[in-house]
Write a protein that binds this ligand. Sequence first.
Ligand SMILES: Cc1ncc(COP(=O)(O)O)c(C=O)c1O
Length: 398
Amino acid sequence: MWLNPDLVNNTVPTNLELRAAIERMPVSRIREVANKSMGLADVIPLWFGEPDVETPQFIRDAAVQALADGETFYTPNRGVPELREALAKYNSELYGVEIEVDRITVTASGMSAMMLAHQLLVEPGGNIVCPTPQWPNVKGTVDILGGDFRSVPLHFSDDDWELDLNALFDTVDDDTTMIFVNSPGNPTGWVMPSEQQEELLEYCRQKGLWLVADEVYARIVYGMPYAPSFLEHAKPNDRLIVINSFSKPWAMTGWRLGWLTTPSHLGERLEILNEFNVAGASTFVQRAGITALRDGEDFISEQVARYEAARDYVYERLVHHSKMRVACPKGAFYAFFAIEGIEDDLAFCQNLVRTSKVGLVPGSAFGAEQEGWLRLCFASKIDTLDHALTRLESAISD
Ligand SMILES: Cc1ncc(COP(=O)(O)O)c(C=O)c1O
């Protein structure tokens, strides 16, 4: 067998001549610290954004049953009909609006849903406008497709993050093809108020712009049953695409299952496009998704109650520290905070994991303006968070 000597020697070949956008792509800063530190003993890993518990047994049982029943074949590209129907019902009941099954496309993860949405809408030379700080994969997919990612910084005040809609409107120009909004937001926990959603949707209608809403944290909010959704305000044919995922609410990050809600006329395009991406999520995973939707509400409530206690605990520790600045997250499961005096957040995180054994993500992963900030995922036990914060506080004590 022929083996590429560069790969055998584990070095990166320098003469690949790939598309410039791909050659330029940096390693995700979320993974950079973690990748280099995997295997270090006694590390408290608060870097990845995922629940600390396994998927509930009843969901796993449904996948096992589907396999035992021989559910091992291709499915339609837009998903098995029963799951699409269950998703239409779930969305309709959650938001009290009628969402037709024609509007639902099952995807192999929220990430895949995002890539599909961007493949539909990002033009080389066109731009997309997005509030930041933001999960880096949004910009990454726009870069891959040759678009221009334009950020509109959220304002940080000591109690919240806020979006100035006028600043967003001022960033839109004739080459803008879409506006991307992630609420509840990763990494800030910002939740876009319902009135602002209505105003933005109306603006997009007037301008003929597409709005892509990433609502993967819709169920992980504090002090409200669910986060405001653009689906509550939209008409079926509005130029609105909503990205969602099973990963966070049902603790299914490793399963790779998500969905898109779109105007129904995009269905045919998505049927075609999904063929060239994953050609449908795994069959037995989709079956488990039906069970998660049907029987998973108690699980979500229990987990959100745990996250809320963890959020309160972490926030109280951070906000009372003289060197830190933080706003209380309203949704998702991240604390995003600044520490006085940090100039190079990547170096800080690398050093922290080596010397204090705490795994965090540098803020610059979410946009250059966030240099000096850090993200901590608090979907963890309070004891674990206590140890991690004690280590962090002692690392910055002198
Ligand atoms: C804002 C946001 N959108 C989408 C995703 C994608 O989730 P998944 O691909 O696990 O469904 C994530 C994952 O962390 C996220 O934080």
